[in-house]
Design a protein around this ligand. Sequence first.
Ligand code: COA
Length: 270
Amino acid sequence: MAATPYTVFLAQPSTDAYDPSCQPAAQPRKAEIDPTFFDAMKVRHEVFILEQKVPLESEIDEDDPRSCHWVAYLTTDGDDETLPKKPVGTIRVVPYPQAPHPTPGAAYSIIDGAFVVKGHWVKKSDRSQAPDPGMPQSELDFIPAEEDSAAPSEEAERATSLHDGKEPYVKLGRIAVVKPARGTGLGAVLVQTTLDWIQANPTFFDEHDSQAAAATTTTKFNGLVCLHAQAYAMGFYTKLGFEVDEQMGTWWEEGMPHVGMFRRLDIQSV
Ligand SMILES: CC(C)(COP(=O)(O)OP(=O)(O)OC[C@H]1O[C@@H](n2cnc3c(N)ncnc32)[C@H](O)[C@@H]1OP(=O)(O)O)[C@@H](O)C(=O)NCCC(=O)NCCS
């Protein structure tokens, strides 16, 4: 029987009833959580917490209630409609304004919902230099924050190769497909679904989010889309039209190297 993916859209869910210290199955106020958001968290738990070992408390964050989310389900011909459908993928779009770009080489952990710098990676060949995007860890040295007099700190936004440091952009994130469903085109469907939505709804966040509206009083949103890609997945996003921002560099989140990537959508002609 052929399995057909379909996606469900959810705009800016309330996350008040979601307890960050509990896995989805143990949520004490489950009945109050939007079912689509609950399904997104089920996928995120399976992929990021159980598979990639991200700390449980880090998974839900303050961007979730501001974001639009999609959850992918698979339906099979002949499915019993009364049975619950299994969520197999998810993605979110975070509106502007965004936090400043991460510092190249920095290694972050999320503690109590905040990014904390644990140290930074430098090139073995020249310890004054941050790593190039996607550089293997074998070519790098790690300097723990306590041994580093010039530890990277939170900065104001800076200009990079593909971003002038000022223009508002949306950010794709929490992209996940459960392991058994990978390699079937589902991840690409999720990314393309969000890109099509952004292109068709370029003023959505200005109309539904006061922070976003305030961020675009001087410069309007012009279709710029960013994502922070785990380095191993760069090729996946390149196939979807994203380009690595060389000057954003490489940084580590919970031990996983990340790079910044951008794509500009043409929203003028919509
Ligand atoms: C990254 C992820 C979402 C990809 O989902 P997927 O459903 O397996 O991807 P698709 O089947 O849609 O792949 C689309 C194309 O990208 C390619 N691709 C997929 N993963 C890739 C990777 N890691 N590197 C390079 N290319 C990749 C596929 O081969 C396919 O190419 P094709 O169009 O030429 O056939 C999935 O691997 C995942 O959930 N990983 C764990 C969570 C994660 O790391 N999320 C990303 C955080 S940045």
